[in-house]
Design a protein around this ligand. Structure first.
Ligand SMILES: Nc1ncnc2c1ncn2[C@@H]1O[C@H](COP(=O)(O)OP(=O)(O)OP(=O)(O)O)[C@@H](O)[C@H]1O
Ligand SMILES: [Mg+2]
Length: 296
């Protein structure tokens, strides 16, 4: 059953995760008390210090890890195992060096049903689709090249195509542009912005780059030091409505939002490593909505 338009697409209800039984018994959680909802098609970004639990959040969102406590629903369904409706891209492009760019992009279709069963008969159709995606990210003419013949930025573009080829409803990006130079990164922001505007999938982007988060996302969440909690939620759209052009990143409004988030991160960095968060934890979802920009 599809959720109604008013129902969240991503719904974390007081989610806690300890990585194993021993850690659970010792009450050592990687993430704690995460309550978060994202509407269908919403682009959220998560920022926070290294080791705070961002990748753990991703593993929970895609069903690779089950919560120790709390509930997760994605697309109206309780998460019971790895989800097929997601596409993922990481800091390293992780393309297979022995496959061409085209064959790397086609990989999910060879693995994920229902495409897997049709792969042989529909290969031409799938290859055409992959080539259209490659063209959309500026890789026209690179389908037959191997990953080692591509620059780092080109490899990342190809990995985004691979994440999107099976038309996932949710795209999970864990520091996808972290290893790229500033210009290539901005180019890829625009490519991602355009693909998202066209295809309307949900996005969860983990990044250390506050400008990237503010430029791309509808909503930015700031996580505390480990154990990770959501400390702040910032709605970006009121200040910076879509569509956003790169020029917006040079405006005072944009810089103000980035600085506001930077202050949250600065406050977190000042807390002692094992201490409780400096800011009060996120309220349960029954609590009134948080005003844009305010700390939870
Ligand atoms: N498989 C695992 N088993 C046990 N603990 C783990 C495992 N994976 C991660 N952790 C712990 O969970 C916490 C959160 O890790 P996570 O990888 O989610 O952090 P992160 O925010 O993604 O960090 P980074 O920004 O460095 O990528 C860390 O304390 C880490 O040591
Ligand atoms: Mg990580």
């Amino acid at each position: 059953m599809r959720p109604s338009p008013l129902e969240p697409f991503v719904d974390f209800d007081d989610v806690w995760l300890a990585y194993n039984e021993e850690l659970l018994a010792a009450e050592q959680f990687a993430v704690e008390s995460i309550s978060l909802q994202a509407a269908p098609g919403e682009f959220i970004a998560i920022v926070g210090p290294s080791g705070c639990g961002k990748s753990t959040f991703m593993k929970l969102a895609t069903g690779l890890k089950m919560p120790s406590r709390g509930n997760i629903r994605i697309d109206g369904q309780p998460v019971k195992g790895p989800l097929k409706i997601t596409g993922m891209a990481f800091q390293s492009s992780s393309l297979l060096p022995w496959r061409t760019t085209l064959d790397n992009v086609l990989l999910p279709l060879e693995i994920v049903e229902p495409h897997r069963s049709n792969f042989r008969s529909k290969r031409k159709e799938y290859a055409d689709k992959a080539c259209r995606l490659l063209a959309a990210v500026g890789l026209d003419g690179y389908a037959d090249k191997f990953p080692w013949q591509l620059s780092g930025g080109m490899q990342q573009r190809a990995s985004i195509c691979r994440a999107l080829i099976h038309e996932p409803k949710m795209l999970l990006l864990d520091e996808p542009f972290g290893a790229l130079d500033a210009f290539t990164r901005e180019e890829l922001w625009c490519i991602l912005r355009d693909l998202w505007a066209e295809q309307q999938f949900n996005v969860i982007l983990v990044t250390h780059d506050l400008r990237e988060a503010v430029f791309l996302a509808d909503t930015v969440y700031v996580m505390s030091k480990s154990p990770g909690r959501m400390l702040a939620r910032r709605d970006i759209n009121a200040a910076l409505p879509h569509p956003r052009e790169l020029e917006v990143t040079y405006t005072k409004t944009f810089t103000d939002v980035v600085l506001e988030l930077r202050e949250h991160i600065g406050a977190i960095r000042k807390t002692p490593p094992t201490g409780t968060p400096a800011v009060s934890p996120a309220p349960r979802r029954e609590a009134p909505a948080v005003a844009a920009g305010s700390l939870r």
